[in-house]
Design a protein around this ligand. Structure first.
Ligand code: NAP
Length: 254
């Protein structure tokens, strides 16, 4: 039987795990695409495509040119634009699409969450907590792109964790920058929060295990967490984990 071609839209730990497992399936050629934001991305299995496609139209053209048979959107749940493009391009080219969508974290007893709609709303809530004397040093893990939302904050120190040290300065002059790529352990997150005297956390509701330890540590330590809710994602077929995604792929390989 002719070789089939799978495109995984990546940039997440699940995408890497999926690519490794899918690359081992007989008769399947795997391409993983990365946006190209990280200078030193983690090693990937399969052929790597780096950089955008040029919108939904560009992605549709890529699917046709590369003769892609299946697409898995394994991007981060906050990468909503590429997911919209994938839904549009796959619908246009009739290529089956599955979204590997890890469930969001659910609030547990003891969690002191402040759920907000987006990163600017998280910055406003942090300002409010600081004004009330309930946040003096914040641990911020919302990625690099939207840090500008925190630029005008006063009366609160920021400790920002990024995947890698930025090439250009971030728009927060006084912030302490830490670097690290998950998974993070509970012990390490506890030590980090205590070591830096953190009294409030700002995070996206990313879901998954790799970055959950800070949420568990905050619960143990009684710290408030300002949690950015998920953006709306296209209504496409979904799987919650890598195992279910592999089953979907194998079913289509016949
Ligand atoms: P986004 O806003 O949804 O996408 C912006 C543009 O980047 C897309 O239109 C596309 O460009 C390109 N792009 C995004 N993901 C791509 C991929 N996997 N392969 C090829 N092109 C891609 O995405 P984002 O929030 O900037 O995230 C960028 C990447 O970082 C994603 O791959 C995501 O999985 C990863 N990531 C994001 C977050 C987060 O919080 N947003 C966290 C961890 C990892 P064209 O229109 O030119 O095709």
């Amino acid at each position: 039987m002719a070789e089939r071609r799978l495109l995984i839209l990546g940039g997440t730990a699940e995408a890497r795990t999926l690519a490794r497992a899918a690359a081992a399936l007989p008769g399947l050629a795997v391409t993983v695409s990365l946006a190209g934001r990280t200078r030193a991305p983690a090693p990937q299995s399969g052929t790597v495509h780096t950089g955008g496609f040029g919108g939904a139209q560009g992605l549709a053209a890529f699917l046709a040119d590369a003769k892609i048979d299946l697409v898995v959107d394994a991007t981060h749940p906050f990468a909503a634009r590429i997911s919209r493009h994938a839904a549009e391009a796959c619908s246009k080219t009739h290529v089956p699409l599955l979204m590997l969508a890890r469930p969001p974290w659910r609030k547990r007893p003891g969690d002191a969450w402040h759920e907000v709609a987006d990163v600017p709303a998280a910055a406003s809530r942090l300002a409010k907590l600081a004004a009330e004397g309930r946040g003096h040093r914040a641990f911020v893990t919302v990625g690099r792109q939207e840090l500008g939302a925190f630029a005008s904050l006063r009366g609160v120190e920021l400790v920002v964790r990024l995947v890698e040290r930025p090439e250009t300065p971030i728009p927060l002059s006084g912030a302490k920058i830490l670097t690290g790529r998950g998974p993070f352990s509970l012990d390490a997150e506890r030590a980090l929060l205590a070591g830096y005297g953190i009294d409030v956390i700002v995070s996206k509701n990313s879901g998954g295990d790799a970055t959950y330890a800070k949420i568990a540590a905050a619960r143990e330590m009684g710290l408030p967490v300002i949690l950015v809710e998920r953006p709306a994602l296209p209504d496409v077929e979904r799987a919650a984990d890598v195992e279910a995604t592999l089953a979907w792929i194998e079913a289509r390989l016949g």
